[in-house]
Design a protein around this ligand. Structure first.
Ligand SMILES: Nc1ncnc2c1ncn2[C@@H]1O[C@H](COP(=O)(O)OP(=O)(O)OP(=O)(O)O)[C@@H](O)[C@H]1O
Ligand SMILES: [Mg+2]
Length: 461
């Protein structure tokens, strides 16, 4: 049953509204001013608030803002008297759903409430479905994680997969998962069953790379004893993945540019153009705009490749993925090495979550693999972690008495980190019971809920 809070200082209007709306079976609550309204909102979660803007002298807009702090998704319909329409418009700008003028007709108010609640339940349903499809998408893409940053990446993957010939440029630090992203784009595209051919542009000298990419005719050069089909031809109908594109020789860059423009290749020593139908995905962990400035990368090629850019953020910028990745690699390697290792102790998880992971997911994977080889215990403890990880004392990060480093610090970020850490700890202690967590932290439930949402600490379902 939907819960509605009616905030109006006139008892007559409140009762009138309650009478009208009770016909539709809502659970109704009344408040005659901001103070009782805020008190009750801390305790109850409302689906809708009907808010009179002329609450005596107190500003209704101020109350609206406070209600939104308690529940950022709160659905509010404003009731306005004569002459306050402008304030109502201001309320709409602040995120109120709609307004209705006094005097109102019973039918009108019933309809507006019904539509607002329907819209809200649709939005919830959409959010739920989106979350579910995101999980499925991550699975299809073979990517493990739950951070909003990673979800954004897979949403881009899904989008571009459908544009089967669009060129993609994937950037990101080493070990972030660029190759995984490239494969996912291919697999999720209509070309998924066609070949996916990858080549590392940094691993071959210019002439070899050239004949690998374009192939050659018999006798094209001294060692060309036979005709060779190049990767672009081999991948026809599918995808070519050019890894470390930043390492590609300038003269080969010109040729690649031509292929992207004409969709034709010519084998070395050949005299015929061959049409090719491939999608090109390129990846790099270097800063191409720097390379362009230093004249190591062609600007025109950059724009050709950068049609659909995807940036894979470093792991330290999506720490929410760390626990799931640990689980994932732990179960993989403990099975592979036949080890009883099952879980990560809380202390160890704290250290792992704070570490800066310069080698990103690859570093995390290698670390778990090493631990599985070296240990036969069930739980990963801080002692098993590499020095660079465990050397970081957790207290340093959260201790209030820590000193300000010479380069200064970002106070808000430090405080937010501390707050998030403490709430996460409290959630663990209470098995994620919100009421108990609020009590443990001496927070109002509404305030806690707001923070949980802010830090993505709890799933809404
Ligand atoms: N989200 C993820 N889920 C599961 N495994 C991942 C994820 N991201 C990366 N990996 C794994 O981490 C390792 C490194 O990923 P990948 O090779 O794709 O990185 P990269 O960005 O191409 O690195 P480089 O720039 O060094 O080539 C691989 O074993 C990959 O499977
Ligand atoms: Mg790679």
């Amino acid at each position: 049953m939907d819960k509605i809070l009616i905030v109006d200082d006139e008892t007559f209007i409140r009762e009138n509204l309650e009478r009208i709306l009770s016909e539709d079976g809502y659970q109704l609550y009344g408040a005659e001013g901001p103070i009782p309204a805020l008190q009750i909102s801390e305790q109850e979660e409302f689906d809708l608030v009907l808010l009179d803007l002329n609450l005596g002298t107190a500003s209704g807009l101020d109350l609206l803002k406070k209600l939104q702090t308690i529940d950022p998704n709160i659905l509010v319909i404003i009731i306005t008297g004569y002459g306050t329409v402008e304030t109502a418009v201001q309320a709409l700008k602040m995120g109120a759903y709609d307004y209705i003028k006094k005097p109102f007709k019973a039918d009108a108010i019933r309809l507006i409430v019904k539509l607002a609640l329907e819209r809200r339940s649709l939005q919830r349903e959409i959010r739920r479905l989106r979350r579910r499809s995101e999980t499925a998408l991550l699975e299809q893409a073979n990517m493990v994680g739950s951070s909003s940053e990673l979800l954004q990446v897979v949403r881009q993957v899904e989008d571009v997969a459908q544009h089967e010939t669009a060129t993609v440029l994937i950037t990101g630090e080493s070990g972030t998962g660029k190759e995984l992203v490239a494969r996912a784009i291919h697999n999720l595209s209509p070309r998924g069953k066609q070949p996916f051919i990858e080549i590392n542009c940094g691993s071959l000298p210019f002439s070899l790379l050239e004949s690998e990419l374009f192939g050659h005719e018999k006798g094209a050069f001294t060692d060309a004893h036979n005709r060779k089909i190049g990767l672009f031809e081999e991948a026809n109908g599918g995808t070519v993945f050019l890894d470390e594109i930043g390492e590609m020789d300038m003269s080969l860059q010109v040729k690649l540019l031509r292929v992207l423009e004409d969709r034709k290749i010519r084998r070395l020593g050949g005299n015929r153009n061959i049409d090719i139908d491939v999608r090109v995905i390129a990846a790099t962990n270097c800063d191409l705009s720097e390379a362009i400035k230093e004249k190591n990368f062609r600007e025109d090629l950059f724009y050709r490749l950068n049609v659909f850019p995807i940036f894979v953020p470093p792991l330290r910028e999506r720490r929410d993925d760390i626990p799931l990745l640990l689980d994932h690699f732990l179960s993989r390697y403990s099975r592979e090495f036949n080890r009883p290792l099952r879980e990560v102790s809380r202390d160890a998880l704290g250290l792992l979550s704070r570490y800066h992971w310069p080698g990103n997911v690859r570093e995390l994977r290698n670390m778990v693999e090493r631990i599985c080889i070296m240990h036969r215990d069930e739980v990963i403890t801080p002692q098993m972690l590499p020095r660079e990880v465990s050397g970081l004392e957790p207290r340093q990060q959260t201790d209030f008495s820590c000193t300000i480093p010479p380069e200064g610090l970002c106070l808000e970020a430090v405080v937010e980190n501390l707050e998030k850490e403490l709430i996460a700890q409290a959630l663990t202690l209470t098995s994620a019971n919100v009421a108990k967590t609020a009590r443990l932290l001496n927070l109002a439930r509404g305030t806690l809920r707001y923070k949980l949402e802010k830090y993505h600490l709890l799933d809404e379902d």
